[in-house]
Design a protein around this ligand. Sequence first.
Ligand code: ADP
Ligand code: MG
Length: 388
Amino acid sequence: MRADLNVPFDKNSAEKVISDDTRIRSVVPTIKHLRDAGARVIVASHAGRPKGKVNEDMRLRPMGERLGELLDTDVTILSDCVGEQVKEATDFMLPSDVVLLENVRFYEGEEKNDPEFAAALAESTGADMFVNDAFGTAHRAHASTAGIADHVSTSVGGFLMEKELQFLYGALDEPKRPFAAVVGGAKVSTKITVLESLLDKCDTLLLGGGMIFTFYRAQGLPTGDSLVEEEFVPMAKQILEKAKSKGVDLVLPVDVAIADKYDADAKSDQVDMDAQSAGGIQDGWMGLDIGPKSIDLFREKLLNSSTVVWNGPMGVFEFDAFSKGTFAVAETMAELSTQNGGITVIGGGDSVAAVEKSGLAESMSHISTGGRRKKYNEEVRSKRLPGH
Ligand code: ADP
Ligand code: MG
């Protein structure tokens, strides 16, 4: 079984403390089902980007231990994912036993979807069946998510995959309108496909996070020491124009919370970001969150929507002083789905972590374990779904 156990860790702790175990919890139903059916369950996953080499910091032991707690059973955690150790451990498995393989991205063949590595995974584990429940990784054709299907007799999707797809093809393909999207996060470069696909679908697009400074730059506003991706300024311009031509209400924050350094204890202030007047951030300051006027503006826009999807925090929510925008969006969305009958969907590792931290996860319609979508849809449609 391929799971996506790529969970975030507490950045403030030297120990490996999982800060959000949503991804691990979300594959438990599939593993339970397999164990109840008497299967010997061999779980594979990646974590981080070790680039084909063993990286001590990216071992799956912490995830395996958490999985064992959730399943209330001993999970055998291996230090390799192919070869003799795997053969031995899997040969001796009894029905309902659970073995966790080591990070598949410790081998170059994983991300290259190398057929030999895919064959080695199948052979070392002796797997009869491949269950793909790694929704968060399903937009990538790698050896353990795609290639392996050529080396086992039966390949199926798991329950998490099923649930996520039902949501995507239902609520988001034919959304109840008005349909608003909130996109934040660190960099615009990682969200281009998300933004483009949303521009084709949504009525309102609210932007926050580090990416907004590339947009402000595109509008000629001073951004001080904020995160700007210079080479993506033309792309930001294009997105602004595309929104206009498609009649999408693209909203940039009208004010931002700024800091004199990237630090939890930084000195902070607020500035207006208004393309019409002389707003902007001075050198020596950086924007780390959306400001109070923007919080009110976003709230008003979101409460007027029937469907809201959200990916990417509004600010550096890891620092309390700059978490207000992120938590305000979470609160507004919770209100929308619990009191106004709206549909709220959240995706993305850090966004989900923020919502879990806010304690409002239960109030959302759907918390997705995946991030980016566009490529994923095409790939899954063409090759992953059983019978398709
Ligand atoms: P997700 O995992 O939900 O898709 P991303 O990984 O794209 O989200 O972005 C999350 C990160 O963006 C957070 O760690 C947060 O600190 C960072 N971030 C948000 N706003 C800013 C900002 N103004 N400047 C720098 N980093 C930011
Ligand atoms: Mg992230």
